[in-house]
Each structure stands twice: as structure tokens, then as C-alpha cells.
Design a protein around this ligand. Structure first.
Ligand code: NAP
Length: 677
């Protein structure tokens, strides 16, 4: 397999330094690439000018649709990726995490993008901030895509997931991508990149793929680019020190290695479901992907009195793990990615053994099924026990990126917290307890050192997604040693690729620029009710002021008995005496809303198809029987949805007869598009 780069819309291989890539299982050469020879400046220019410009012309919903179609296209072809992944040492389960996990991330972002983002090209961030007494000067934060490139550098262990999880967020945000896989598994990434390019789903320049060396790529970065790096702390530090990163203040997201902990709480003694879950999870994290997971459990913390029980349960479980050629169905753990990686892992284990005793697994003697143990990069699960973790240093600092974990004891929760935090910042910790108070103590003891904390107990045992699985909905990343980065976490990750700008001006100007009407901006009155206008004919700022309606005591009593809401503040004058909020009996807030609808609705069939919700509802001032209310309805925002209808957001203000604000909210309707003539 000859690997090429996909740059400026073409597959090329201009380099002259040939690199052979070997199978993790047999040691045979499985792929070759020519590293170097690419004009990195041109690649970045092409991405910015062609890919960026095309993506920014699309709305979030259009980009989300693109991700969905890409996910479907890849799903139909994923078997090819599974087959290739076998050579990296991945079992079928390992490949599911990589391939299906990666494609699943595209689907999650496609669906969240459609549901949670507006069908717009930029985001409003927060509310309008009044900045003047007279109301003529206000502020609004906006977020719009950077005019640069997402430069994605991935680690070897998840060639598909790593590429796709980064791609999904950058593309949804509207930023093109140049992605560079780790060389040793780049043949899997290459097959995926071929599919992405051949799908024709992404606009030209939105996706480029560079195999082999990154060359002088970093020399050409600007303040508009975003580097998202996954790999070792060593490489990350080197890249972050690149002078252009500092000079241009290039955003740099780092996802690095980490010494993640699993904490067995004192209540989870042997015989409890939580003890069993702890054992299962530690063993799983040691063996899935042969322990080559940034989120794997490197340190298993247990109450000192249970350390022996933990070791013997893990020993029993790990002894059952069949190691060998991942193509065999019986095999549960494949080899490491290559012989260099095995050398690294064993040398790290040797350093760990200066502080910890090897209590399970023998690196020199273990059975291997269906492969030559000398040619493949096989290592058995290696469990260590550190008897004095407070004096030890290596067990908290050295990441043996393989099936390696160290058990250590603690005597109280403070000690458990101290040990967990000795990792110096980790991606994840898992806590095994059925006691909420213990869980809370541990969570707030360790959270500032951890990006994610999973509490595992009998209640969630069947459905919990695992210590080691980053979920697209939840943040992935961690402080300190883990790199300080944040990826995924739903829409949060889009912010890396967008510039937040504080926009200040008159309300009229802000409305014109953002397309979102705010208080103080001019309103437009027309001869017909705004509900009589089709989506494209309705103007932002178009308003309607209703007639007045007086609320009577009978109204309040009728509403109370009709709905069953006989809360004392609506029914009992005596009971409201001395009340901090109510001057006497008051109308129900929901009565105000219901009457408001009766006042502003234009009842005949027309362009308004449905009311589908309220946002930001606040009851500002109580209204008493005998007082009047009226409603002002103003078209605030319009977001196209499809050819039949669009979404309209209305600013609604319920006023008293004395023009005091009684309640405010935003009403959402679906409005029909004008039918074609
Ligand atoms: P690595 O050696 O640091 O390499 C990571 C990436 O950096 C590779 O694509 C590598 O390319 C590239 N690279 C190396 N030198 C570079 C340079 N001068 N300029 C540009 N790119 C450069 O890490 P790895 O061995 O692939 O992955 C294992 C490590 O990654 C482990 O420590 C693991 O904990 C960590 N990891 C972290 C996460 C996370 O989300 N936090 C996830 C997975 C893995 P080449 O392969 O071509 O050298």
C-alpha cells in the first residue's frame, strides 16, 4: 500500500524519504510512504481561501447535514477500515471504538448541530447588555468562524476516531481542516481519508490530508489557525514552543498522555457490586487496545485493607485474557502497535518496578495465539503493586502506554484524593462507590485535577459508558499533564474554532448587524397583525400591541379551580400577609401567560403554523385582581428551516395598565414560507 497525501484537491506523493510501516502482528511491511516534499504554505492558503470561504457560506444546519451524509457514506464502507486495523493490532472491539466511535461522533454532531444551533452562520453569545442610562448604547457578544485552518495532529492509537472527532467540530464551526495522522497507523487513516475525499460531500479545500512529516507547516500558521494536537506530552511541549505559536498567539489545543486513576471507595468492599465493577473496569482498561489509550487506568487506588483482594481478583481476571493475532475470534488482546512501542513500554515498566512489584503477568513468558511472539509486538497485561505510593514518584509520572497498571493503597479519602491528584492533571478518574457523600467528597477533592469523573455503581452498572470512553456530548481533556485542552463536550468544542467578539453600538445598529431585535431598537407597525405575514415577508422589529384586559377575582378563582392550582397566594388574602413578594392575592403567572396568548393571538388560519415553546420566561411583577394587562409582541429573530417553514422568535412583554413590566419571555413559532405563485 503506497500512501499519498490529499492536498489542494489531489492525491500526491512528492517526498523522497521512503518510510516503511510494519504490521504490529507479523512485523511485515504493510505500507510505505514518501515523507516530505509538500508545500505547506500553499496547503494552508488553499484551505483558508477555498475551504474556509465555502464553509462560511453554509449555515450550521447545512454543515450538520454534511456531517450526517459523511457519516452515512463511511458507515457503508467501514468494513475496509476494520480489515486494515487488524494490522495495527486492533481486535474487533478495539476497532469498534475507533471506527464506529469516530463515525458515531459525526452523527452526534450532525444531530446536535441541527437541534442546538440556529440555522445561521454565526452565534449570538448571551443576552444584550445595556451599557447606557438612556438606552442608546448596548453590547452583544457574537461568535463567528475563524478565517483560518484547523491543523489536526493525531496520535497513533485511534487513527479513525482521532481524525473524525476533530473534523466534526471544526467543520460544523465552519473551519477547514488539514489533518496529519501518526505515521505508524497512517495506512488506516489514509483509507479513511480516501473515503472522505471520494465521497465528494465536503466542499473543495475543507479537508486535506498530510501523511508523514509535517515539514515546515508550523512556520506558516497565523492567528486565525487552530492547532489541535493529540499525542505525547513530549511532542506537545516541543510543538507548543514553536516560535510562531507564541508570536501569532495561535490557539493550541493539547490532548496529551495522563496517569488516570480509578478509586475504589471504602464502602465498596469485596462482595459489593461496586468492588466487582472496579475489577472489571481496571481489567478492561488494561486490555482494550492493549492498554494504548490515553484514558486507560494507570493507577488503581484501593483502601489498604482491600489491596490484597483487589490484586487477587485482577490476577484471576487478567489470566483469562487470550493474547494473540486479533484476526482470531478467541483473542481478546492484540499486540502493541509496533516493536518500538513494545521497547518503550517495557523500559517504562522497568522504571516502575523500581518502586512497585510486578504481581501479575510475565513479559518474558506468556502464550500468544496465532502469531509469532518474536515478530509481533506482544506484551501481556502487567499489574504492579506499589506499597508506598506517597514516597514513590515514577508510578505517578511515567505513562507505560500499554497493558500496564499499578495498584496502590490508601487509608482515608484525603489520602485517596492526594494520590489521584499526584498524576499532575488527568483526563479522567473513575470512582466506585454507592455512597453519595463519599462520591461528593471525592469529586470535589479531585475535580480541579481531572477533566472527567465517572461515578460507577450498581445503579448505572449496565448502561454506564466506561471509564475510558470519551463521549461526544461530554468534554474530553484535562488540566496540567493531560495538556490543558478541551475537546468534544457537545457544542462547547466549536468555540475553539470561532472568535468571540464583543459588539457595541446603538440597539438599532446591533439589530441591523446581528439580525436580532433587542429592546430600545426601533419597532415597525404595519396595518396587519404580524401573524398574517409569511416567513420571508415578516420584518425583524415588526410589532403588535394588544388591547387591555382587566383581571378579576373571578378570573383568578376560575383559573385556580379549572387547573387545580389553588396555591395560597392566589386564594387566601390572609395567608399572604407579610409575604416578601406578594402584596395580597395575586394572579397565577400561568394565567397571565394564558391571557397574554388570548390577547396577542390572531386566531384565523394563516402563516403561523405552530407555537413550539417559550424561552427565558421571567415573572417580574405580581399582578393583583383588578389590575389590567396588555401585551407587546415583537418579531425578534427569523431562522430559515426548510422550503416549507422557518422559525420565528418573538420578544413578548406583558405590561400592566400602568406600563410596568409584569413578565417577559421569548415565544417560538413556526411560520410558513410564502407559497410559490
Ligand atoms: P506522539 O509521538 O507524540 O505523536 C503524536 C503526533 O505528533 C503524531 O501524529 C506525530 O507524527 C506528530 N509529530 C511528532 N513530531 C512532530 C513534529 N515535530 N511536528 C508535527 N507533528 C509531529 O504520540 P503517539 O505515540 O502517536 O501517541 C501516543 C501518546 O498519545 C500517548 O502518550 C497517549 O497518552 C497520547 N494520547 C493522548 C490522547 C488524548 O486525547 N489526550 C489520545 C490518544 C493518545 P509522526 O507519527 O509522523 O511522528
Amino acid at each position: 500500500m503506497k500512501l499519498e497525501s490529499f492536498v489542494r484537491g489531489q492525491w500526491v506523493s512528492p517526498g523522497c524519504d521512503a518510510v516503511d510501516i510494519h504490521s504490529a502482528v507479523t512485523g511485515d511491511v504493510v505500507a510505505q510512504l514518501q515523507s516530505g516534499g509538500l508545500d505547506m504554505r500553499e496547503i494552508l492558503v488553499y484551505a483558508r481561501a477555498t475551504g474556509g470561504a465555502s464553509l462560511r457560506r453554509l449555515t450550521f444546519h447545512q454543515r450538520a447535514d454534511m456531517l450526517k451524509r459523511l457519516g452515512q457514506y463511511l458507515t457503508e464502507r467501514k468494513d475496509q477500515l476494520y480489515k486494515l486495523s487488524l494490522q495495527t493490532g486492533a481486535t474487533r472491539t478495539d476497532s469498534m471504538i475507533d471506527v464506529d466511535g469516530g463515525i458515531g461522533t459525526l452523527f452526534v454532531y450532525a444531530s446536535k448541530g441541527r437541534r442546538e444551533l440556529p440555522n445561521a452562520k454565526f452565534l449570538l453569545d448571551g443576552m444584550v447588555e445595556p451599557l447606557s442610562k438612556g438606552g442608546t448604547f448596548s453590547g452583544q457578544h457574537i461568535m463567528a468562524p475563524m478565517h483560518g485552518v484547523g491543523v489536526h495532529i493525531n496520535a497513533f492509537n485511534f487513527p479513525c476516531w482521532g481524525m473524525l472527532e476533530k473534523l466534526a467540530t471544526a467543520l460544523l464551526a465552519g473551519v477547514p481542516v488539514v489533518t496529519k495522522p501518526a505515521t505508524i497507523t497512517s495506512y488506516v487513516a489514509y483509507a479513511l481519508a480516501r473515503m472522505i475525499a471520494e465521497s465528494g460531500i465536503l466542499p473543495g479545500g475543507a479537508f486535506q490530508f498530510v501523511v508523514g512529516s509535517a515539514g515546515d507547516l508550523f512556520d506558516h500558521l497565523t492567528c486565525q489557525d487552530v492547532v489541535s494536537f493529540t499525542g505525547s506530552a513530549e511532542t506537545s511541549e516541543k510543538l507548543q514552543r514553536h516560535p510562531v505559536i507564541a508570536r501569532e498567539a495561535v490557539r493550541f489545543i493539547a490532548e496529551r498522555d495522563s496517569l488516570n486513576a480509578a478509586i475504589l471507595a471504602p464502602d465498596a468492599s469485596p462482595g459489593t457490586p461496586e468492588f466487582d465493577l472496579f475489577i472489571k473496569e481496571v481489567a478492561k482498561e488494561m486490555t482494550v487496545k492493549a492498554g494504548q489509550k490515553c484514558t486507560a487506568i494507570r493507577r488503581a487506588l484501593a483502601p489498604s485493607v482491600h489491596v490484597d483482594a483487589v490484586i487477587s481478583a485482577l490476577r484471576e481476571r487478567l489470566a483469562k485474557v487470550a493474547i494473540g493475532n486479533p484476526a482470531l475470534e478467541a483473542v481478546r488482546m492484540g499486540p502493541l502497535v509496533g516493536l518500538d512501542q513494545r521497547r518503550d513500554v517495557l523500559s517504562h515498566v522497568a522504571k516502575l518496578r523500581s518502586e512497585a512489584e510486578l504481581v501479575s503477568g510475565d513479559p518474558d513468558n506468556f502464550p500468544v495465539q496465532g502469531a509469532d511472539a518474536r515478530r509481533g509486538a506482544f506484551v501481556p497485561p502487567l499489574l504492579l503493586h506499589c506499597a508506598d505510593p506517597f514516597r514513590a514518584a515514577n508510578v505517578h509520572a511515567i505513562e507505560a502506554f500499554g497493558p500496564v497498571s499499578t495498584v496502590m493503597g490508601y487509608s482515608n479519602l484525603d489520602e485517596a484524593t492526594t494520590l489521584a491528584d499526584r498524576g499532575g492533571g488527568s483526563l479522567v478518574a473513575s470512582v466506585y462507590t454507592h455512597d453519595p457523600r463519599t462520591a461528593a467528597d471525592l469529586v470535589f477533592g479531585i475535580n480541579s485535577f481531572h477533566g472527567r469523573i465517572v461515578i460507577i455503581d450498581r445503579d448505572c452498572a449496565k448502561e454506564q459508558t466506561g471509564h475510558g470512553s470519551p463521549m461526544p456530548q461530554m468534554m474530553h481533556g484535562g488540566p496540567g499533564r493531560a495538556g490543558g485542552g478541551e475537546e468534544l463536550g457537545g457544542m462547547r468544542s466549536l468555540h475553539h474554532y470561532m472568535q468571540r467578539t464583543a459588539l457595541q453600538g446603538s440597539p438599532k445598529m446591533l439589530t441591523a448587524v446581528t439580525g436580532s431585535w433587542s429592546q430600545g431598537s426601533p419597532t415597525i407597525e404595519k396595518d396587519r397583525h404580524p401573524f398574517r405575514f409569511h416567513f420571508e415577508d415578516l420584518d425583524i422589529g415588526q410589532t403588535f400591541l394588544s388591547r387591555q384586559r382587566t383581571i378579576t377575582l373571578e378570573d383568578v378563582e376560575h383559573f385556580a379551580h379549572f387547573t387545580g392550582d389553588t396555591f395560597y397566594a392566589h386564594m387566601d388574602e390572609e395567608a399572604t400577609k407579610g409575604h416578601p413578594f406578594f402584596p395580597g392575592r395575586v394572579a397565577h403567572g400561568y394565567l397571565l401567560l394564558s391571557f397574554a396568548a388570548g390577547l396577542f393571538v390572531d386566531p384565523d388560519p394563516g402563516p403561523v403554523l405552530a407555537n413550539y415553546g417559550l424561552d427565558t420566561l421571567r415573572f417580574v411583577k405580581p399582578v393583583q385582581p383588578g389590575e389590567a394587562i396588555k401585551v407587546r409582541l415583537t418579531a425578534k429573530e427569523k431562522l430559515p428551516r426548510n422550503k416549507q417553514y422557518g422559525e420565528v422568535r418573538w420578544d413578548v412583554e406583558i405590561l400592566t395598565g400602568k406600563n410596568e413590566t409584569a413578565a417577559t419571555y421569548e415565544l417560538l413559532t413556526m411560520n410558513a414560507v410564502r407559497p410559490a405563485p
